[in-house]
Design a binder for this molecule. Structure first.
Ligand code: SF4
Ligand code: SF4
Length: 440
């Protein structure tokens, strides 16, 4: 009857500072997760083939910006993992946030059903609790799947598909499949996903080194009272006392809370703590340290990684600030090198492609420079280019038969946007019929 003599510990103690802090940060990152696609902070629109980053609409052919954005994000992840360990898993990962929320919902429902229906037999109560849990997770899965797919399909378009219960188009089918996967994930898989399927957990283990922040058990004076509360509180199902390098450990610090609470009661120092590496000082060590050491920048490797991040951030800022919102390309249509009109004038044919990568409609005013007697024959000039669209037009440049031009004349097209006031000059050649050679 050992269980009867044990003092039961509270399942959810009142003093869990790291737990409370994590829940607040989870809420913050959940709002960030929802906001990113809706405000185009980060979104990859598959149907439109556009990448949205920090509010800018980047076209798939703007390789430099996409490259710098991805490298910047990758190095931020590398730096975070190297300095702070599994801080992403613990605080920001949607999988972890929703897995923990699903567990908490299930726990609350179990207590509520037990309290409200105490007179019911236990199997009936369990059935009701499971039905309510799956109902709530099912409803949440629709919302979460909607937010997730919004990263790849425009949210308003997606809402329209959802309202029509679209199960015929690729977007509708993707929505239904994602909802089902989300439901199965948060109803049954939860944290098991982190230790079996997620490659990021393994990657972070590889990036950690002797100065990485980790949660570890350090007990040189054998103060541990073997209460095992740190084990019971761990939702990843491990015992931190075995090793600080277990792949399941996400460095959430919940076991520190648990140990602190128990040890405070028995007036002993806590033996689970955050520290900078296995041998390094505690996170909140009293010894004076420089501010960059306290922030985790503890060696040259970290300084180099931060310098690389700064380089990519600068390159990205420059690429974004110097990009032209309206792109104009003009190519000669050389199917006919030149043609002669009934009046004897010479005609060269061209194709203009204008792409408006901005948020508002623009006009492109086309002009000629350096072609004496040249005349633009274009159906509309200025050319209207709606926001986010590409307009292609074919046109002719005519010069009179008597124009004093050589066989090949170099000239420029000028393209000015309105109201953007962006001026571009495009080099081109004009071809005339060969002049008859004079006999010597
Ligand atoms: S909570 Fe602390 S005292 Fe209790 S078993 Fe874990 S490490 Fe030991
Ligand atoms: S061992 Fe501690 S830090 Fe690691 S996952 Fe479990 S509770 Fe979190």
């Amino acid at each position: 009857m050992a269980a009867a003599t044990q003092t039961p510990l509270k399942v959810l103690p009142a003093t869990r500072p790291r737990h409370r802090e994590r829940r607040r940060i989870h809420l913050f990152f959940f709002l960030v997760f929802c906001a990113l696609p809706f405000f185009n902070v980060m979104r990859f629109d598959i149907p439109k083939q556009r990448f949205y980053f920090a509010g800018a609409e980047i076209w798939i052919n703007e390789f430099a910006i996409i490259f710098f954005s991805l490298m910047f994000l990758m190095f931020v992840i590398v730096a975070l993992s190297m300095i702070y360990g599994r801080v992403y898993c613990s605080y920001a990962c949607p999988q972890m946030i929703f897995s923990e929320t699903a567990l908490a919902v299930e726990d609350h429902l179990r207590k509520w059903v037990t309290k409200k229906f105490i007179q019911w037999p236990a199997p009936r109560r369990q059935l009701l609790q499971l039905a309510l849990t799956y109902l709530l997770i099912g409803a949440a899965s629709v919302v979460l799947a909607f937010i997730f797919i919004s990263y790849f399909v425009e949210p308003r378009d997606l809402l329209r598909r959802l309202a029509h219960l679209d199960l015929a188009t690729a977007g509708g089918i993707a929505g239904a499949v994602t909802t089902l996967i989300t439901f199965l994930d948060f109803a049954f898989v939860r944290q098991k996903f982190c230790t079996t399927l997620c490659p990021y957990g393994y990657l972070q283990g590889m990036l950690a080194d002797k100065n990485t922040l980790l949660v570890q058990y350090r007990d040189p004076d054998h103060k541990c009272i073997e209460c095992k509360k740190c084990v019971r509180i761990c939702h990843m199902g491990i015992d931190i006392r075995n090793s600080p390098f277990q792949i399941e450990c996400i460095h959430c610090g919940e076991c520190i809370d648990a140990c602190e609470e128990v040890m405070t009661r028995v007036k002993r120092p806590t033996v689970v703590e955050f520290s900078w590496g296995q041998e390094g000082p505690k996170l909140d060590a009293a010894a004076p340290e420089s501010w960059w050491h306290r922030l985790g920048i503890r060696d040259a490797k970290r300084r180099i990684v931060l310098a690389v991040i700064l380089c990519y951030a600068s390159a990205l800022a420059i690429a974004l600030s110097t990009r032209d919102s309206v792109l104009v390309r003009i190519n000669p249509v050389r199917a006919t090198i030149y043609s002669i009109s009934p009046t004897g004038a010479v005609e060269n044919h061209f194709r203009i492609t204008t792409s408006n990568r901005g948020q508002a409609g623009e006009f492109v005013v086309l002009g000629l420079d350096g072609l004496p007697g040249g005349h633009l024959d274009l159906p509309t000039n200025p050319i209207p280019v709606p926001a986010g669209e590409t307009v292609v037009r074919e046109f002719t440049v005519t010069v009179p038969a008597a124009a004093a031009l050589g066989d090949v004349t170099h000239f420029h097209f000028t393209a000015e946007t309105q109201p953007g006031q962006l001026r571009q000059t495009i080099d081109m050649t004009y071809l005339m019929p060969p002049k008859p050679r004079t006999k010597q």
